[in-house]
Design a protein around this ligand. Structure first.
Ligand code: GUN
Ligand code: ZN
Length: 431
């Protein structure tokens, strides 16, 4: 029989949405969680679970907060080494910093080095699952999936397809984009905890032929996710309009080629028109909010309140390296600040839910990751709510859990991550 592990602490789980009713009513705090064979077996009182499982290894985290590992549904792992590049707007930033760096991923050695560096950094920040863009090179996908598989991590990724408006060496064609994506999908999708996402970068870097080929591939593999960018910056939207003069709007450049659907993830979605909002909701598409990226590249303020109240499925993501952090805590802080600028501050329960349950649902993985419940996969993060002197002195005055965790959301970094569990195993993280 597999070894049982009993983790004691303040175990946070969600049994409803903190966007419906009182935010705190959606959460439950238990004293212990039992894990076995990579899964959560039970939640409950420490005494009951200890008595019922005298053979379990016990790890006592005291007052620390045990919750589901963070889920980051929009990242570019190949942008790890050029994060925090100064002072450009989206298209200039892509041409000046991003494309030259992505060019390097034809080397399997470099791709593997960065994939491992990225997974080390994100584990150190408490992220256990992510959905990543790779580069146009199949080697970049193999490197990422291999590194994730070695760590037992649930990840989603895909080859980023581009056949125009990108430099020589960073373009495929409609046919080779389709063929390489299909081969990678058949090789990796569903092996262990790996899932493939069909990945046209965004409509400015794909010809109509390539978008059509991506749509055809998705139709042949409807169980795959599809990820792309939508409506991030106003000048980008103008560019899309000039490249696709017959499209009704930006979303239509995807919709007309079969790239709109309920397993689609659309990053940024800031400057949406009414028709776009309606269609995205009708098909139950996933909208991914990337707040540190949106402030860093100067893109705009995501309408969290309006989109959630209209019934959209929303996740929270770093967008590393357009985003300026690997940390989902920092990302929650930025989401809070954008909410304030829109007059709608998010409650800590909503922020933690978005970075776990909400994001897992955008990946259609809400039944196996992003929460703590019997049967779910044991991917956990343990937060030290007093990780620095500044945070500790504020936390010491807190009247309840939400007041205790909010300083860590606003001021915490990798020092707040006491431990990370992936597939029921404690991960020793390195930075
Ligand atoms: N739009 C197309 N590619 C990218 C990218 O790599 N980062 C961001 N933030 N937006 C994009
Ligand atoms: Zn992105």
């Amino acid at each position: 029989m597999a070894q049982k592990t009993l983790l004691k602490g303040r175990v946070l789980s969600f049994d409803g949405s903190p966007f419906e009713g009182e935010p705190t009513d959606a959460a439950t705090v238990n004293e212990a969680v039992l894990i076995e064979a990579g899964r959560i077996v039970a939640l409950g009182s420490a005494d009951d679970l200890t008595r019922a499982n005298p053979d379990a290894n016990v790890k006592d985290y005291g007052e620390q907060l045990i919750m589901a590992g963070f889920v980051d549904p929009h990242v570019h792992y190949p942008q790890t080494a050029m994060i925090a590049s100064w002072g450009k707007r989206l298209i200039d930033w892509l041409n000046t910093y991003t494309f030259p760096e992505e060019m390097k991923f034809g080397s399997p050695e470099y791709a593997s080095e960065i994939a491992n560096r990225y997974l080390d950094l994100t584990a150190a920040h408490g992220t256990t699952t992510m959905c990543s863009f790779c580069t146009i090179h199949p080697e970049s996908v193999d490197a990422f999936f291999t590194a994730a598989q070695e760590r037992g991590q649930r990840v989603v990724a895909g080859k980023t397809c581009m056949d125009r408006n990108a430099p020589e060496g960073l373009r495929d064609t409609a046919q080779s984009g389709y063929d390489q994506s299909k081969a990678l999908l058949e090789k990796w999708h569903g092996t262990g905890r790996i899932s493939y996402a069909i990945t046209p970068r965004f409509s400015p870097t794909s010809t109509p032929d390539q978008l059509e080929a991506m749509g055809a591939l998705w139709a042949e593999h409807p169980d795959c996710l599809m990820q792309t960018h939508l409506s991030e910056q106003t000048d980008e939207i103008e560019w899309v309009r000039s490249l696709f003069p017959n499209a009704r709007d930006y979303l239509d450049t995807y919709e007309q080629f079969g790239l709109l659907g309920g397993r689609g993830l659309y990053g940024h979605v800031i400057h949406l028109e009414d028709r776009e909002r309606d269609r995205l909701r009708e098909v139950d598409a996933a909208l991914i909010h990337c707040p540190t990226s949106n402030t860093f590249i100067g893109s705009g303020l995501f309408d969290m309140n309006g989109l959630i109240s209209d019934g959209h499925r929303v996740g929270l993501a770093t967008d590393t390296g357009g985003g300026s952090s690997f940390s989902m805590l920092r990302t929650m802080a930025a989401a809070y600040e954008i909410g304030q600028l829109r007059g709608r501050p998010l409650h800590p329960a909503q922020l933690l839910w978005l970075g776990t349950v909400g994001s897992a649902r955008t990946l259609r993985m809400g039944d196996c990751i992003g929460n703590i419940a019997p049967g779910m996969e044991a991917d956990l993060v343990v937060l030290n709510l007093a990780s620095t002197p500044a945070i500790a002195q504020r936390e010491a005055n807190a009247d309840d859990l939400w007041e205790a965790v909010f300083p860590t959301i606003m001021m915490g970094d990798d020092r707040a991550i006491a431990d990370v569990w992936i597939s029921g195993r404690a991960v020793t993280h390195q930075t």
